[in-house]
Design a protein around this ligand. Sequence first.
Ligand code: PHE
Length: 407
Amino acid sequence: AGQTTVEVLGHSYQRDDFTNVTPKILAKVGRNLHNQSHHPLWLIKERIKSHFYSVYTCRGNPVFSVHDNLSPVVTVEQNFDSLLIPPDHPSRKQGDNYYLNRKTMLRAHTSAHQRELVRCGLDAFLVAGDVYRRDEIDASHYPVFHQMEGVRLFSNHQLFQKVENSQDLSLFEAGGQRTPHKQESHSLEAVKLLEFDLKRTLTHLVTHLFGADVEVRWVDCHFPFTHPSFEMEVRFQGDWMEVLGCGVMEQELLNSAGAGRQVGWAFGLGLERLAMVLYSIPDIRLFWSQDQRFLQQFQVQDIQQPVRFQQPLSKYPPLHNDISFWLPGDSFIENDFYELVRSIGGDLVEKVSLVDKFKHPKTGRWSHCYRISYRHMERTLSQQEARLVHRQIEDAAEAQLGVQGRY
Ligand code: PHE
């Protein structure tokens, strides 16, 4: 506290009323797990790269270029405005993002780079990088994770070249309407070919990663920067798991990036999600482990060699401690509490869940009860150690969030 600037990757950013990055999060910036040789995220990234390099070539040259070293510090304009995300959109909330100040933030998705790369003249690229979101805490959510973005643009000739007698087809149609299937300026035939190419590309990718029997399904969804939009889910241990979002790029985005004569598709996939399924990694915090017993298992000679992750030691038992408090009026943000738990408990916290809400019949005040599960990744935690951390969380919640403990 009292500092007027935040230092990230050798640059100084002026603090203001939007600043909400914490030292614990800043300590992760620059780790670049996706660039650390033989880290499981690196391994997945390399397998995706090699798939795209070998399948999509033009006269022997790769069609897609790969960018895995773009700074995670982006402008709010790049992260949101460049993607047509409206000024009042809920995804901009301070409660969901890490802001350095009103103008700068840690990117919340690799889509933040779409417009600048298209503007540079690229028409097929992959971007891998670390992304930052304030979120709940559990086995598959961590405030820093990694994404791979893919974009491919097509000219009229490129999209229709395989269609016979295609000279009468065009990408655009004047005076068209936006429908659930297409944007106003697009022709239906262009969109159908794009959608087909997008889904085929992604299905081919996951079959390459998971093998031919992988089960995939498509779910319609919504993003401000694609239309139509889809999510791909992969069946994993009996449940459907969302692994990526994608769609036909909004033409207005391409127009503003100087590519108005082309159409395109984009996707963004979560590397941890894929790695968890592929290597059976049970907890997302393991990706941050420096323990050689974990990392060693990914030291394969050949990136295509199968890896099956073996839990290095039996999973140590968790300890549960509850915390209840009265909320301060209506100014309480749940993610602020998760953040506080994380900044004190660090990686000892496996999960935080809201187990009870209660409204006092007379005072009308709300009380929340959260259950915090503590678990050490590499040894058994004593109840005494957990209590110590829990006590610090209780004190900090009262001091920083204005709640009134019922401890
Ligand atoms: N950026 C989106 C997300 O993080 C994913 C996405 C990328 C969707 C590209 C459409 C196109 O959820």
